[in-house]
Design a protein around this ligand. Structure first.
Ligand SMILES: Cc1cc2nc3c(=O)[nH]c(=O)nc-3n(C[C@H](O)[C@H](O)[C@H](O)COP(=O)(O)O)c2cc1C
Length: 248
């Protein structure tokens, strides 16, 4: 069996890591367009393609996004008071980061918006099921976003998800600032640029632990204790406690 295509693809997947520190070098427009062109090819539920992309390169625009979302992390840190003790230390860091980083320094932001009007193309059986309709919409946008991430990696660029744009306050003000209709949904924002660091290895759940064949899988899924162990491990990694210990 010739695995060359798979090997290349896996290599791309393994190289795609969240990058949270960027060089100030500008990203050529051609690269930005290639990234969005790749996203156009993402699968979407019933080929609805419910997406729009807004690219921000000017300091004026990027700074406004930083300003609008600034209070998000303060709220997040305060809400950590409610975290159960067994999970380990609470968030203290500014931003979701496991290495020193600052998305605000990225020279390009791409915000992906969803336009739910395209969901009119869904079969009526799906449209009448609010939960499923929402899932199809979110999954389609997630696919587009993942394609963007992979395209960025293939071009030697680094990218970070920046979900603070999704809060009601951020979404409202960002749409107002950008002149995007309020009926649109903010899916997520990609901070993009040439990477200034190599991300640390991340804890990865093992293949044999997550694959289950055929029937009779009773007792094969992780116990509560095992899940809790992983929750502790991945939280420790994300919050930076054990960043040097992270294994494959
Ligand atoms: C839906 C989603 C939302 C995310 N939001 C953020 C975010 O707001 N800030 C951030 O720094 N990383 C964010 N991430 C990136 C994850 O933290 C990251 O993918 C994860 O820790 C694994 O690391 P890796 O991307 O380097 O493989 C998000 C990822 C996903 C899939």
């Amino acid at each position: 069996m010739n695995n060359q295509n798979y090997d290349k693809l896996l290599d791309l997947f393994q190289n795609r890591r969240s990058c949270r520190r960027f060089k100030s070098d500008p990203v050529p427009e051609e690269m930005i367009l290639k990234i969005i062109d790749a996203a156009r090819w993402a699968p979407s539920g019933f080929n609805t393609q419910p997406w729009e992309f807004v690219v921000l390169r000017e300091d004026r625009c990027r700074n406004e996004i930083v300003r609008i979302t600034a209070s998000y992390w303060e709220d997040c840190v305060e809400m950590e008071k409610a975290r159960a003790d067994w999970q380990g230390r609470k968030w203290e860091l500014k931003g979701m980061t496991n290495e020193p980083g600052d998305y605000s320094q990225a020279p390009v932001y791409i915000i992906l918006f969803g336009d739910s009007r395209y969901l009119d193309a869904l079969p009526m059986g799906v449209q009448s099921d609010h939960h499923r309709k929402r899932l199809i919409y979110q999954s389609s946008l997630a696919n587009a976003f993942s394609y963007m991430q992979l395209a960025a990696t293939s071009l030697g660029l680094g990218a970070q998800w920046y979900s603070a744009v999704q809060t009601p306050k951020s979404a409202l003000l960002i749409k107002d600032f950008l002149g995007v209709p309020q009926d649109f949904d903010v899916y997520d924002m990609m901070a993009l640029g040439f990477p200034a660091i190599t991300p640390p290895k991340k804890p990865l759940r093992k293949l044999e632990e997550i694959v289950h064949w055929e029937d009779g899988n009773e007792g094969c899924f992780p116990t509560d204790e095992k899940v809790r162990d992983f929750v502790k491990k991945t939280r420790a990694w994300v919050t930076g406690v054990h960043k040097k210990k992270a294994a494959e």
